[in-house]
Design a protein around this ligand. Structure first.
Ligand code: AHR
Length: 637
């Protein structure tokens, strides 16, 4: 009896220790057969791209490089936001919002600073802490500006200083003199010395004499990507460039629609000098400055060689408000036509001339225009007719444009249908074959938003595996899937900056990092061919996914392997009849478990590692580690 009682636990203990000592069991081997001479389908040249909108401080406090928060002095019940009165020594001053004077119609108010006492050694003024800090680096020149006026002309000059929060040390300083009694823009430059990089800094603007000073549109820029004026953050643009995106879908997303009809993305208010841009409320609960406006979206496309996928507002806003199709919708259709002309028209057209006046004489090229966003939420059933109204007007003027519908249309077949998926990894594992049986005679598909939502603020390795499984299906079905874009793209991880969990790239004011899902995107976007050869797999364990594409010009195969289990997966890869170069390339992204991830402090815990494949022939024995995404690059001799 005693013996029997111990027999089972001992056997269990033995197998447990054996499992600890022996290498993990592989499931399989699977046999993956690729027929190099049989093309199964085409891969869209625009398959992988970016989707973007103002969410999680993607632009203000994100990609848009402006460092000053609320430079236009918006106020609420608590006073002017983000600005603090400075009264050094015995100086004395007060600040208030002046609703009666401002530098432009778009910015009709200003910050009024009434200084009753100030001297050079005890100045008074205001300070701004930026978007969760002002990031400063050594030996960099920061370009500043503000609009100002004084009551008497002798309150200034204004001293602009960058000051370290903790030490109070002045890290850079400039004097702006000659402030007049009428509104005018003043510029200054602030150069740091050999300081340590830090985000714990603020900007101080002070005067040394009593009097009244009015300010608006205070701005400070670091160097930007491609040195664009009013441009973008370099580190984030570099991360986006590494994804090799083929298109940019903008400006949303919910951001296109706004909560209410009055909050729609009225693009005309986002172009021209910044002083003429009023900004607008975004549905993601914070004010959008529109410093990154319509032209800047197109310039972003230009910088990263992406096709613009322009979404035009189609008369539906998020709180289930819509414009009836017919005459009431006409002004919005007209706005959409003018928006397309602003982007693509020559300087001899009204809106093309406006774009030239705004600094970009060369027209942009557009293939796709999206009509609205997620109009399946419009339960009134008006989208069919709204889409048709836009379709008729746009095709009449721009017959070559492909028009994307955001919900199924019963009255006609749209050129392209935008479908969105926000799922857990397990759902994507089960749905990786989603498009395998889709009717090839229907509309083309744009998977305009999708993501595995696991991990916060950015996705973890488990999410990356769900993403990769899904992307194998996108590649296999890219004869109908013309484009696909992960969303959301960006998140500022500072306190209360995020509205949506699980975003591809995280950052604070100073640093940024890519999530495991980001690296999955980099791998899939960097290694994709123009067609898929016929292929099949047998004997694979659970949650094993693959895709094979071929770059026909380079005579190169990309084999993507996804093992989303805790066991390695052995695979025999056969390419009957192929004569492959003996050396290949292998890129591996692996995590010890699905929770493995990157953070702002550990940005490279899960990153792709490149190695060589040796002795490649028409067959290859390989082992995909647990929780791993791999790409093989195999050249035909
Ligand atoms: O990506 C976040 C939001 O999800 C988008 O704004 C909207 O289109 C979707 O519902």
């Amino acid at each position: 009896m005693r013996t029997k009682r111990f027999a089972i636990p001992l056997a269990l203990a033995f197998s447990f220790f054996a499992a600890m000592l022996l290498p993990a069991q592989t499931a399989g081997p699977a046999v993956l057969t690729i027929h190099p001479d049989q093309t199964a389908s085409k891969v869209s040249p625009t398959l992988y791209g970016l989707m973007t909108e103002e969410i999680n401080h993607s632009y203000d406090g994100g990609l848009y490089a402006e460092l000053i928060r609320n430079g236009t002095f918006r106020a609420d019940w608590s006073g002017v936001n983000d600005w603090i009165l400075v009264e050094d020594g015995a100086s004395s001053a007060k600040i208030s919002l002046d609703r009666h004077t401002g530098p432009s119609q778009a910015l009709p108010h200003s910050l009024r600073i009434d200084v009753t006492q100030a001297t050079a050694s005890s100045p008074a003024g205001v300070l701004n802490g930026g978007y969760w800090g002002i990031p400063l680096r050594p030996n960099i020149t920061y370009q500043g500006s503000f609009y100002a006026k004084e009551d008497s002309g002798d309150t200034g000059p204004v001293t602009a200083s960058l000051v370290a929060d903790q030490s109070g040390k002045v890290l850079a300083s400039a004097v702006v003199s000659g402030i007049g009694t009428d509104w005018k823009q003043y510029k200054f430059a602030l150069k740091t010395a050999a300081i340590a990089p830090s985000l714990q800094n603020h900007l101080v603007l002070t005067v040394a004499h009593p009097g009244s000073l009015w300010l608006n549109l205070v701005s400070l820029f670091p160097p930007t990507y491609h040195d664009r004026a009013n441009g973008n953050r370099i580190d984030l643009m570099e991360k986006l460039a590494a994804m090799h995106p083929q298109f940019l879908r903008f400006p949303g997303g919910n951001y296109l629609e706004g909560d209410h009809l009055a909050d729609w993305y009225d693009w005309k208010k986002t172009i021209g000098p910044r002083v003429d841009r009023p900004g607008h409320p975004s549905p993601w609960r914070y004010w959008s400055t529109d410093g990154l406006g319509l032209l800047e979206f197109f310039e972003w496309c230009e910088d990263l060689h992406m096709q613009p996928v322009l979404a035009v507002y189609a008369g539906y806003s998020l709180m289930h408000e819509h414009i009836d199709p017919g005459p009431a919708l006409d002004p919005y259709v007209q706005s959409g036509l003018e928006e397309i002309e602003y982007a693509t028209g020559g300087s001899d057209t009204k809106w093309g001339a406006q774009r030239a006046a705004d600094g970009h004489p060369q027209p942009f090229h557009i293939t796709y225009v999206e009509i609205g966003n997620e109009d399946w939420f419009d339960t009134s059933g008006s989208y069919d007719a709204r889409y048709a109204q836009f379709y008729k007007a746009i095709k009449a003027k721009y017959p070559d444009l492909q028009l994307i519908a955001t919900a199924p249309i019963k009255s006609m077949t749209p050129d392209v249908l935008d479908e969105h998926y926000y799922l857990r990894a397990t759902d994507f594992f089960h749905d990786a074959t989603h498009y395998d049986k889709t009717d090839r005679n229907g509309p083309k598909i744009f998977v305009g938003e999708w993501a595995t939502r696991e991990g916060t603020p950015t996705p973890n390795m488990g999410a990356a595996l769900g993403d990769a499984a899904w992307m194998t299906g996108l590649e296999r079905n890219s004869d109908i899937i013309v484009m696909a874009s992960y969303a959301p793209l960006l998140v500022n991880i500072s306190p209360n900056a995020m509205q949506w969990d699980t975003d591809l790239i995280g950052y604070d004011a100073l640093r940024s990092y890519g999530s495991p899902s980001y690296y999955a995107q980099v791998m899939f976007g960097s290694y994709v061919g123009d067609q898929t050869p016929a292929s099949s797999v047998e004997g694979a364990g659970p949650r094993f996914f693959y895709s094979v594409t071929e770059d026909s010009a380079k005579k190169r195969f990309y084999v993507k392997l996804v093992n989303a289990t805790s066991d390695p997966q052995a695979v025999d890869i056969n390419l009957p009849g192929a004569s492959l170069a003996p050396e290949g390339k292998l890129i591996t992204l692996t995590g010890h478990n699905p929770e493995a991830t990157n953070t702002i402090d550990q940005p490279t815990a899960v990153v792709p590692v490149e190695s060589g494949l040796h002795g490649v022939s028409s067959s290859l024995h390989h082992r995909v580690p647990a929780y791993t995404i791999e790409v093989m690059e195999l050249d035909v001799r």
